[in-house]
Design a protein. Structure first.
Length: 281
């Protein structure tokens, strides 16, 4: 059996950057140049040529500002999921504030796309040890799956599971879909997206994906529209943040094209429908 991998897009604009609220406050967003439409259309064109469907984790703010873009994504056959509304790290919010942010995004996405979203991804993979309470809220609000727990140091926990699995919560269950991570004796490497997808040798990423596929497991890949754009507006950022956001951006489009040539991809919901009974509980 050929294993299908999972392709996902965090649909946000270039200025949705965690941890720089002092430089790009939320109240400035409506006045900033938006570049999400042309970058997203490039992604849609690439996927369309290959007949690949992906899960788009859509930021509520973007859906509110660009509803026609979300409808175009849906018309192209892709899955619409939630990235929250205001691009806040989960662990910086109270449970009540998280629920409000989650529901606001869901209401906008339902109004714009006409569908109830099944999945959620937190900005910066920010459901971690100090915000696991968010998983119960997701389950209570009717979500079927989450993709917010990174099996990596600093942003997550390297001991989190690296394959899709079902979480048992206080009042039900929730599927969890982690990003592709390369395990080495020294460290866990972020190969599924962001700077890792752009920096590490493609042969190493491909090898990690094939290893998972040979075990009957999918690899989850994620990209951001801003990563296909070499002309993002420039702002002063801390060196580490600058590296994470902008290192070797030119690689993104070429890496995505190679992945689409070398592997089969589908949406999270389609994967669950086809293979959910085979996943680890």
């Amino acid at each position: 059996m050929t294993v299908e991998n999972i392709l996902s897009v965090d649909l946000e604009d270039w200025y949705h950057i965690c941890g720089v609220e002092d430089r790009i406050p939320e109240d400035s967003w409506p006045h900033l140049e938006s570049r999400v439409i042309p970058n997203t259309l490039r992604i849609l064109e690439m996927l369309g040529k290959k007949g690949v469907r992906a899960t788009f984790f859509v930021l509520g703010f973007v859906a509110e500002k660009h509803p026609d873009l979300i409808r175009e994504i849906k018309r192209a056959g892709h899955e619409i999921a939630s990235h929250g509304y205001a691009h806040r790290r989960v662990y910086t919010m109270t449970p009540a504030a998280f629920r409000r942010d989650l529901n606001k995004a869901s209401e906008i996405l339902y109004k714009v796309a006409g569908c109830t979203v099944k999945g959620y991804r937190a900005p910066e993979w920010s459901i971690r040890d100090d915000s696991l309470w968010a998983l119960d809220i997701l389950q209570q609000e009717g979500f079927q799956y989450d993709s917010s727990m990174a099996p990596l140091p600093i942003i997550g926990n390297p001991y989190y599971a690296i394959i899709p699995h079902r979480l048992t919560l206080e009042k039900g269950h929730l599927w969890e879909f982690p990003p592709l991570v390369g395990k080495t004796p020294l460290a866990s490497l972020p190969m599924g997206g962001g700077w890792g997808l752009r920096i590490f040798p493609y042969s190493l990423i491909r090898s990690c994906m094939r290893k998972l596929n040979n075990q009957g497991q999918p690899a989850l890949i994620y990209i951001h529209p801003r990563e296909l754009d070499s002309n993002n507006p420039q702002i002063r950022l801390p060196p580490a943040k600058e590296f994470v956001l902008n290192a070797r951006l030119v690689k993104t489009e070429r890496r995505l094209a190679r992945l689409l040539d070398d592997f089969n991809f589908t949406t999270v919901s389609d994967f669950l429908f086809k293979y959910g009974s085979l996943l680890v509980s």
